[in-house]
Design a protein around this ligand. Sequence first.
Ligand code: 2YJ
Length: 277
Amino acid sequence: MTRLSEADLAGQAGDWAAYARRMRENLAVELPELCARALDLPDDMVRRRLAAARVGIVPVSSGEGRIGGFAELLAATAAFLGCPADILPPDAAGFAQARAGACDILLWADDETYLAENLRDGGRAENGWATGRGFAAALDSMACRHHLERRALVLGAGPVGCSAAAWLGGHGYAVSLCDTVPGRAQARAAGLPTCTGLEPAALAALPPFACLLDATPTGACFPRERLTHGACVSAPGVPCRWPGRLPDARRFWHDPLQLGTAVMLAAAACGMEGEDA
Ligand code: 2YJ
């Protein structure tokens, strides 16, 4: 995950009605159900476990410091999922309160790690793993809705891209995983089901893709002509440069933090373990 800026998060915590409407219109799903699909868990179990979990967020000031609006957006995301959520004191005092019983699920992020930990029952989910699954499930929702071929291009072989590629491969997609670092996509694809690693120069030889998952911060560089006319794009990368570049805004999903956080919370609430690649 690229380090988010306060500007990336501006206005995101406020309008959940608009977020839910866009999700319904574009993905035909509600956020808890999308989390359940991302985790291959029953929808009712995810909703029940989330409703029973108290979430604590500990702001972390080490390294590059706190990001304005970050803890608030995590709390708002938890609340939107039906979890009571509190922002605890920053740093050591907050961790101490959490471990003394102030919450069931602890959310915290520094410059290297963003983690949800279930302190009551066990279960922990890292952000890259959860974000990849969430955006892969979002892409799949659009692909099912528009009857697209189950063949996907994943840009970026980092933790998010690899997690997305693994989810898509496990759900019947033929996946091409592409990275600009020579050899990286090929090495990472080797352990993933129905996944082929390639470098950008190899894309020109392939037929255009109807399903794209862009897990890079450089969406603007991806040539539009490598996509079919009705292609669907799921874009966890920040900053996101896709808006305005697709003919149909409904065949597109992006948010800077909410979906990944929601999948982390759902996974931790259900006792799952998900680590970044
Ligand atoms: O508490 C805060 O406000 C800050 N310490 C939040 C920092 C958020 N961290 C990031 O954006 C990191 N790039 C997360 C890296 C996650 C790796 N998957």
